[in-house]
Design a protein around this ligand. Structure first.
Ligand code: MEV
Length: 432
C-alpha cells in the first residue's frame, strides 16, 4: 500500500470506490465481490453456527489517511453508526501532520485459568504446583504442533490464591501461552483441559473451570500520536488551536476521574476498535470484555486513553488496551469478506493487525473529544443520521439527500418530519 489518502473517495460511487481500492491495494474482483455480496455463503454460515436462517449484514466503510509506524494503511470498518468512519479518517489526516500513529504490542501471550477447589491445604497445594511447573509446561507445550512450529507454546505458569470467596479459599493456576497469530482461545482452552488431571494429582483437589481469560493484559497493544496545534482547528476555524487542545485535555480529565463519563469515552474508542475487529472476522465481545476490564486496572473504572501536551505544546494522545486478535483460524480464515479485509490492510501478523486497530481506536477517541470540546457532536452526526432517517421514512435515490438536507437545515431530524417532507416531493411528482 503506497498511499492511504485517496482524494474525493467520499464523493465516488460505490463501484468507483471499489476500483480505487483494487488499484491501491491489489484487490481482485473476488476480493471485492466478497464485500459487495456480504461474502459468506448460506452453506458456510450453516457450518459456522447453529439454526442458521440467513445472513445479517453491516455497512463496510474504509478508514482513510492512516499511517501506522510509517506505513500507509487503508482500514476496513464494519459498523452501522454514521460519523465513525468519517471521524476516524479525518483524525488520521490530522495525525499524519504529526508523523501518524506509533504503535507497539507486547508478545501474543494469552492467559488460561484453571480453578482448583476442595483443597485440603491451599498453601501447600500452591507450592506443590510450582514444584511441578516445568513438567506442566512441557505437557501444555505439546497440545498444538502447528502453533509450536510457528514459535508458540506454553511460556509460564503462575498460581494465584483466592483467599476469600463464597466457597472459601481456592487456587487459580494461570497458564501463560504464546498464541502467535491466532486469537488463541482454542489452544489455551485445550491446554488448560489437558493439565487438569495432572493438577488434581499434584494437589489432591478438584479442578473445576478450565478457560481462557478475556482480561488479556499480557497481550497489550499501544498507540500514540502527536497532533500539531495548527491542525486542531481544521474544520473549526472559528476556534483557537490552544483552546481546542486544552478542551480535549479537559474532556479526557473528566473520563479519567468519573466512571460515568469514562464508560462513554471508552465506548467512543470501541466504535473504531470494534469496527475493524468485526471487519476482520475477530471476536469483538472478547475485545470489549478485555477493554472494559482493563479500564479498572487501577481499582476504579477510568479512561483507557490519555491526552496531554508535549514540550512544544502539541496535543499528545496515547491508548493502551488488551488486543486478542488473530489472522489465522476462526472466522478470519473462513469468511471471504474478513480475508479481503486483512488483504486490504496488508498486515502479515496478528501483531500488525493489533497495531492498526489500537491506532484506529485512538483516532476515534480524538474525533469524539474534538467534536465534544468544540461544537458538540450533533451537527456533524445529525447530517449523516438524517440520511438514515430519510431512508427509514421511505426516501430513495436523490430524495434521500434532499429530505436529509431539509431536515438538517430545519434542525429537525425526525421520522415524522422526514415523512412530511417526502410527501411534498412525491405529491409534486404526481402533479408534474
Ligand atoms: C458515540 O457513539 C460515541 C461518543 O459518545 C463518544 C464520547 O462521548 O467520547 C461520541
Amino acid at each position: 500500500m503506497s498511499n492511504s489518502r485517496i482524494a474525493g473517495f467520499y464523493n465516488l460511487t460505490l463501484a468507483a470506490r471499489c476500483a480505487k481500492l483494487a488499484d491501491a491495494a491489489g484487490l481482485t474482483p473476488p476480493d471485492l465481490a466478497a464485500w459487495t455480496s456480504g461474502g459468506l455463503s448460506p452453506e458456510a454460515a450453516d457450518h459456522m453456527i447453529e439454526n442458521v436462517v440467513g445472513m445479517h449484514s453491516l455497512p463496510l466503510g474504509i478508514g482513510l489517511n492512516f499511517q501506522v509506524n510509517g506505513r500507509d494503511v487503508l482500514v476496513p470498518m464494519a459498523i452501522e453508526e454514521p460519523s465513525v468512519v468519517a471521524g476516524a479518517s479525518f483524525m488520521a489526516k490530522l495525525a499524519r501532520a504529526g508523523g501518524g500513529f506509533h504503535a507497539t504490542v507486547s508478545a501474543p501471550h494469552m492467559i488460561g485459568q484453571i480453578q482448583v477447589i476442595n483443597l485440603p491445604n491451599v498453601e501447600e497445594a500452591r507450592l506443590k504446583i510450582y514444584e511441578k511447573k516445568a513438567e506442566l509446561l512441557a505437557i501444555a507445550d505439546e497440545i498444538d504442533p502447528v502453533l509450536k512450529k510457528f514459535g508458540g507454546g506454553a511460556r509460564d505458569l503462575e498460581v494465584r490464591m483466592i483467599e476469600s470467596s463464597p466457597i472459601g479459599a481456592f487456587l487459580v493456576v494461570h497458564l501463560i501461552y504464546d498464541v502467535r497469530d491466532a486469537m488463541g482461545a482454542n489452544a489455551v482452552n485445550t491446554a488448560c483441559e489437558k493439565l487438569a488431571p495432572q493438577i488434581e494429582a499434584i494437589t489432591r483437589g478438584k479442578v473445576h473451570l478450565k478457560i481462557l481469560s478475556n482480561l488479556a493484559d499480557r497481550r497489550l497493544a499501544r498507540a500514540r500520536c502527536t497532533i500539531p496545534v495548527s491542525q486542531l482547528t481544521v474544520g473549526f476555524e472559528s476556534f483557537k488551536g490552544e483552546t481546542v487542545r486544552d478542551g480535549i485535555i479537559a474532556a479526557w480529565a473528566f473520563a479519567a476521574s468519573d466512571p460515568y463519563r469514562a464508560a462513554t469515552h471508552n465506548k467512543g474508542i470501541m466504535n473504531g476498535v470494534d469496527a475493524v475487529v468485526i471487519a476482520t472476522g475477530n471476536d469483538w465481545r472478547a475485545i470489549e470484555a478485555g477493554a472494559h476490564a482493563y479500564a479498572v486496572k487501577n481499582g476504579k473504572y477510568a479512561s483507557i486513553s490519555t491526552w496531554g501536551k508535549d514540550a512544544d505544546g502539541n496535543l499528545v494522545g496515547t491508548l493502551e488496551m488488551p488486543m486478542a486478535v488473530g489472522i489465522v483460524g476462526g472466522a478470519t480464515k473462513v469468511h471471504p469478506a474478513a480475508q479481503a479485509a486483512v488483504k486490504l490492510m496488508g498486515v502479515k501478523t496478528a501483531n500488525e493487525l493489533a497495531e492498526v486497530i489500537v491506532s484506529v481506536g485512538l483516532a476515534q477517541n480524538l474525533a469524539a473529544l474534538r467534536a465534544l470540546a468544540t461544537e458538540g457532536i450533533q451537527r456533524g452526526h445529525m447530517s449523516l443520521h438524517a440520511r438514515q432517517v430519510a431512508i427509514a421514512a421511505g426516501a430513495s435515490g436523490d430524495l434521500i439527500e434532499k429530505v436529509a438536507a431539509q431536515m438538517v437545515a430545519e434542525k429537525v431530524v425526525r421520522i415524522d418530519r422526514a415523512e412530511e417532507i417526502l410527501k411534498t416531493y412525491t405529491s409534486t411528482q404526481v402533479h408534474t
